[in-house]
Design a protein around this ligand. Structure first.
Ligand SMILES: Cc1cc2nc3c(=O)[nH]c(=O)nc-3n(C[C@H](O)[C@H](O)[C@H](O)COP(=O)(O)OP(=O)(O)OC[C@H]3O[C@@H](n4cnc5c(N)ncnc54)[C@H](O)[C@@H]3O)c2cc1C
Length: 572
């Protein structure tokens, strides 16, 4: 099978002398056996498994963002500040998200009379100012307007919600990894991300941990007995030293204890991986990568034996698009799927609050709370944890439902209500797989290879332009999903004013897949089942872009499982 051959290949490349002898490395630059671009959870999966399975190998990881925490890539929500006030984390997420493609604004100012400067009329009779960071090639109707990236060490896993459900078989139809191996890989991915599904249910003594979680879960279990209501499997662990708090998994969790790699792992932040360069002696091998040190604004050329690009579902094809290798990748950026996202918030029903007041198991905690805060009208301790409940994807209801309370870039409750009685409903709908749905990286001259001439994003990488449309079938599913969300919401409570049922802007799910999908066929996929790019011997890709299927479930567990396939093979 091809993936077994590629596993041998990576070892072969690690043993060979540097493939590109004609280009001098930067004199201040350290050589490594493997260069990994991107320090999110998927980059860390590659790093850990390569380092653990190859004792002499050195890994250099490069990230365009800065290291914002003392621990490499830690989840920022582990700070007590945010565990005490989840709404405050909304601003952290807002700050972390940088939009991918922003069409130029309508900047014609009809009231600007007098002699102020006015842009000349464009070809089509319209005048638009092109601000830095806006994308003149973006067609508004085909944009994923809310799609964003996070440029920081640890990637999006510095702020993610950590939901890691195992996908339904229908969500894995195109996945080329054989069933048995896939199950092992999911198990391994759950370990790497430290996934648990009981951290909000019962403690070691069998007592309920969270009142709110249990009341929401039990209400839904009673009212929807056939929907397999359950706790969300989360990449999280309750703290032993203070069980009121939890430790959310970040990229650091995946990497594990650095000390055991004895200096074989190095990370350099604020280093942009700009493009791949071919080996002059062999057009189907990467000979090095061009980097920009963003701190000094200087360019560096770095070489290794193997290269792994894990820069996110937009960043990875953006790096792979700019290459002078003699290999066509017709599927690069295509087959893009993004989830629709239906959202609302409810205030719990009076009868649920009464059930809390009358519950014998919670009596002591409630009395203790009321004793300390006699004026509090709610029988819920301030430190009580949020609900974390889900209804999984099924063939009849092909969407993933989260009924929980967490911080996103929207949905903060503020002074509108007491946050303890608010529950968020987020329903994620899949998108039909179509080749025409894609992200592209050319400027007005429409040349994918012309990186120098094209429009750039704020970081100087080729500007991404989306061409994505939902099909008629997608719309029908979305309509059904919205109705389902409203039905579930009505079981729990009344809509919070301002958070009525709505579809969020396209792209807000932040779960783009397909742009570097894996598969056997080099016309319909970018990499083989072990993530090695078709036709390029020493290049691997990783991330949600590698997922070949359309999913309603959150994608990170699947991406981590796919990217650990390579080292699993190496062991054979
Ligand atoms: C609000 C929010 C909630 C989320 N909730 C969930 C959830 O519950 N479940 C789930 O499965 N997923 C969730 N996600 C998505 C999840 O975080 C991502 O799927 C996951 O982080 C992807 O991992 P990655 O390593 O592939 O990419 P990323 O985490 O995006 O990391 C990519 C890294 O590449 C770096 N980079 C980009 N371009 C370059 C370049 N040219 N050179 C060098 N470095 C570069 C970036 O700085 C970044 O560090 C959520 C995300 C957000 C923001």
């Amino acid at each position: 099978m091809p993936f077994r051959l590629t596993s041998d290949d990576i070892l072969k490349y690690m043993r060979q002398p540097f493939p590109c002898q004609s280009v001098e490395p930067d004199e201040n630059y350290d050589e490594a056996d493997v260069i990994i671009a991107g320090s999110g959870p998927v980059g860390m999966t590659f790093a850990r498994t390569i380092l653990e399975n190859n004792q002499d190998v050195k890994v250099l990881m490069l990230d365009i963002g800065s290291q914002d925490s003392a621990v490499i890539g830690e989840h920022h929500k582990n700070s007590i500040k945010y565990q005490k006030d989840i709404d405050a984390f909304v601003n952290v997420i807002k700050g972390a998200l940088q939009p991918v493609s922003v069409p130029p604004a309508d900047t014609y100012i009809p009231t600007l009379l007098g002699n102020g400067w006015t842009p000349p009329l464009g070809n089509n009779g319209q005048s638009t100012l092109i601000f830095h960071g806006s994308n003149p090639s973006q067609i508004r109707e085909k944009n994923l307007k809310a799609s964003a990236v996070t440029r920081t060490v640890g990637g999006m896993a510095t702020h993610w919600t950590c939901a890691c459900p195992t996908p339904h078989d229908e969500e894995l139809k195109t996945n080329p990894i054989p069933d048995l191996e896939r199950q092992t890989l999911y198990e391994q991915a759950r370990k790497l991300l430290n996934v648990h599904n009981d951290q909000y249910d019962k403690n070691d003594n069998g007592d309920d941990i969270s009142i709110r979680h249990n009341v929401v879960k039990n209400t839904l279990l009673k009212e929807l007995p056939k929907r397999n209501v359950q706790s969300i499997p989360l990449a999280v662990e309750r703290r032993r030293d203070n069980p009121n708090y939890v430790t959310w998994s970040g990229a650091n969790t995946v990497l594990g204890d650095l000390a055991r790699f004895k200096g074989r792992f190095r990370l350099r932040d604020e280093m942009r991986v700009t493009r791949l360069s071919s080996d002059p002696e062999c057009a189907t091998e990467v000979g090095g990568v061009c980097l920009r040190n963003l701190k000094t604004n200087s360019d560096v050329f770095a070489r290794a034996r193997a290269y792994v690009i894990t820069c996110g579902a937009v960043g990875t094809p953006s790096v792979a698009a700019v290459r002078n290798l003699g290999v066509q990748l017709p599927a690069l950026g295509h087959y893009l799927c993004e989830q629709s996202l239906a959202f609302c918030q409810i205030v719990m029903k009076q009868e649920m609050i009464d059930r809390i007041s009358n519950n014998d198991e919670w009596k002591t905690r409630i009395e203790e709370h009321m004793g300390r805060h006699p004026q509090d009208p709610l029988p819920i301790p301030f430190a009580d944890n949020e609900p974390q409940v889900m209804i999984p994807y099924t063939s009849d209801t092909p969407w993933h439902c989260q009924i929980h309370r967490d911080a996103f870039s929207y949905g903060d409750v503020g002074p509108r209500a007491d946050s303890r009685v608010v529950v968020d409903l987020r329903f994620f709908g899949k998108q039909e797989i179509q080749k025409k749905n894609r992200v592209i990286f050319f400027g007005p001259e429409k040349s994918p290879l012309s990186w120098k001439a094209g429009v750039k994003d704020t970081y100087g990488m080729p500007q991404a332009t989306f061409e994505v449309e939902r099909s008629q079938q997608d719309r029908i599913n979305d309509q059904r999903m919205m109705k389902d969300m409203c039905d579930v919401a009505n079981i729990l409570g009344a809509y919070l004013p301002g958070s009525y049922p709505q579809f969020m802007e396209p792209g807000l799910a932040l779960h783009i897949t397909g742009t570097t999908r894996i598969g056997e066929d080099d016309q319909t996929s970018v990499a083989n089942p072990s993530s090695q790019v078709h036709g390029i011997n020493n290049l691997w890709v990783g991330g949600n872009g590698c997922i070949p299927d359309t999913m309603g479930s959150n994608p990170t567990l699947t991406s981590v499982s796919i990217s650990s396939f390579l080292p699993a093979c190496c062991l054979h």
